[in-house]
Design a protein around this ligand. Structure first.
Ligand code: FE
Length: 207
């Protein structure tokens, strides 16, 4: 597989605003006005909660609107654009649908290509050598470590992202969610479920 990973996407974190933010961050730490822990916590919030909110909205829409789901699977980039989320020019987003018999997992074997318009910043483990290598060689073992044990009958498909094509997983809608509205459904959609290393959360029953 020879994807182009050296494209413009590596310039994204080096944009002028990013460099400026970095400079301000260093200065604030130097002056003792900000701790690195506080910054790490903020970045983690962006990776886990704030960034993936867009993707969660896309998934919840697809779960509740069959026509939108069809458009999303046919042309992810433009269906995601319908909800107001756009990526860098030239980067296409392909949405992969999980079913009871097929489970999709996303990786970037060469670097860290990621569908940032829908998922925000990639988590640290996504960029690790271990994940990038092992997700391809032994996806079932990797999924197990994430706490996801798949039945042997489920086919696992691993997708290698690059700078032109980014993948996002459409997780299976959890059982017992028929009565939930789109907004509540979105809360069940985690970042990891859209990378394919987890399932969507099951709703906590009302006591
Ligand atoms: Fe990459």
């Amino acid at each position: 597989m020879s994807g182009n990973h050296s494209g413009e996407h590596h310039l994204e974190p080096q944009s002028y605003p990013a460099l400026r933010a970095k400079a301000i961050e260093s200065l604030l730490i130097e002056k003792g006005l900000l701790s690195t822990d506080a910054i790490d916590a903020r970045v983690q919030a962006y990776e886990q909660d704030i960034g993936p909110l867009n993707g969660a909205k896309v998934v919840a829409r697809a779960w509740t609107d069959a026509e939108y789901r069809n458009r999303l699977l046919e042309d992810g980039t433009s269906a995601i654009g319908e909800l107001g989320f756009y990526g860098a020019q030239g980067a296409e987003i392909i949405v992969l649908e999980n079913t009871p018999t097929v489970h999709n997992v996303v990786v970037c074997t060469l670097c860290s290509c990621y569908p940032w318009p829908v998922l925000g910043l990639p988590p640290r483990w996504y960029k690790s050598d271990a994940y990038r290598a092992r997700a391809v060689i032994e996806p079932r073992a990797v999924l197990k470590e994430f706490g996801l044990t798949l039945d042997e009958s489920v086919e696992v498909r691993v997708w290698d992202s690059n700078s032109d094509i980014r993948y996002m997983v459409l997780p299976v809608r959890p059982e017992g969610t028929e009565h939930l509205d789109e907004e509540t459904l979105a809360e069940l959609v985690t970042r990891d479920s859209m990378i394919g290393v987890a399932n969507a959360k099951t709703p906590t029953p009302i006591a």
